[in-house]
Design a protein around this ligand. Structure first.
Ligand code: PSU
Ligand code: MN
Length: 304
């Protein structure tokens, strides 16, 4: 029995050797309010198509791991109320029990690798939370990057996190962190975190080559491409920082923990910026989708 259910569009792309870009679904179910989440998901898919690749949005629907969702499936997911947020730990349980769940960066990487999709675009990966020295809250996304061979394009890590600690853990785990077209590691809503990224590359073809060299060397794990948000859509870190501080304190006071932390913080920042964070979020995901499509095309060309 095949574990994966390909959508007709994805199946056809595979047959015709058209580059594919994986997309996650936790952004849709836990990252944005309805209907913006649905409009964004469609927009990101369109952006991938416009860039000459085919989008494969990943989710578990009634126990089946879908690679590529129809418009109707995406619509249903975007409005569903009780969808699990799946990471490495709970992906198999959700499938075994016939439930529905959206995939985080970690779970989407697992599905993408299984589906032989090399490149995945998201907004921002999970990382080391502020206060992790007490809470031990470190996203499973970081460990996934260390063991699953997918190149993930994100706008860095979300600024709600402790970015210096996130970079330290990625270094420890041997994950290449490649800033795209600049020296600094981006901070999701802002183009720069003020921290220098460990690596820099300026061309999709180079990143594609590095992906293939890793595979030739038999190295486990993927690459993190950190693509800065476009200039016009940035929210300056100075403006955001007090709001993040406030949201993080509220989360602590309200005893928010585990999987609920990231959705809680994203929602509070959405409220505190009167929706501006969402606009920035949409812009940066589309920007990542374009870069991911370019890398996927280069990998395809190199392999054929
Ligand atoms: N990026 C966004 N919005 C999101 C996420 C990322 O722009 O909602 C999700 C991703 O699915 C990521 C997850 O894997 O947040 C991280 O959750 P946690 O911190 O619980 O590992
Ligand atoms: Mn966590």
């Amino acid at each position: 029995m095949s574990m994966l259910q390909f959508s007709p569009e994805v199946a056809e792309a595979k047959r015709n050797n058209i580059p594919l870009v994986a997309l996650e679904s936790t952004i849709v179910t836990h990252g944005m309010p309805f209907p913006d989440n649905l409009e964004t998901a469609w927009k990101v898919e369109e952006t991938v198509r416009d860039a000459g690749a085919v989008p494969a949005t990943i989710a578990v629907l009634d126990g089946t791991l879908h690679v590529g969702l129809s418009e109707g499936e995406l619509e249903e997911l975007a409005q569903a109320q009780t969808v699990a947020k799946l990471s490495r730990a709970d992906l198999a349980v959700c499938m075994a029990t016939g439930n529905t769940g959206s995939t985080t960066v970690a779970a989407t990487m697992i599905a993408a690798a299984k589906a032989d999709i090399a490149v995945f675009a998201t907004g921002g990966i999970g990382g080391v939370h502020r206060g992790a020295e007490d809470s031990f809250d470190i996203s499973a996304d970081l460990h996934e990057l260390a063991q699953t061979p997918v190149t993930v394009v994100s706008a860095g890590a979300k600024a709600i996190l402790d970015l210096p600690k996130t970079l330290e853990v990625l270094e420890t785990l041997g994950v290449p962190v490649i800033a795209f077209g600049q020296d600094d590691f981006p901070a999701f809503w802002s183009a720069s975190s003020g921290l220098r990224a460990p690596l820099r590359m300026d061309e999709a073809a180079q990143i594609a080559r590095a992906h293939l060299v890793r595979s030739e060397l038999g190295l486990k794990g993927g690459q993190l491409v950190a693509n800065p948000i476009p200039d016009d859509n940035q929210i300056p870190a100075s403006e955001l920082e007090p709001l993040i501080y406030r949201a993080a304190r509220e989360a602590q006071q309200q005893g928010i923990s585990g999987k609920d932390v990231t959705p809680f913080l994203l929602n509070r920042i959405f409220e505190l910026t009167h929706g501006r964070s969402l606009k920035a979020n949409i812009a940066l995901i589309c920007n990542n989708a374009r870069v991911a499509a370019a890398i996927a095309a280069e990998i395809n060309t190199a392999l054929t």
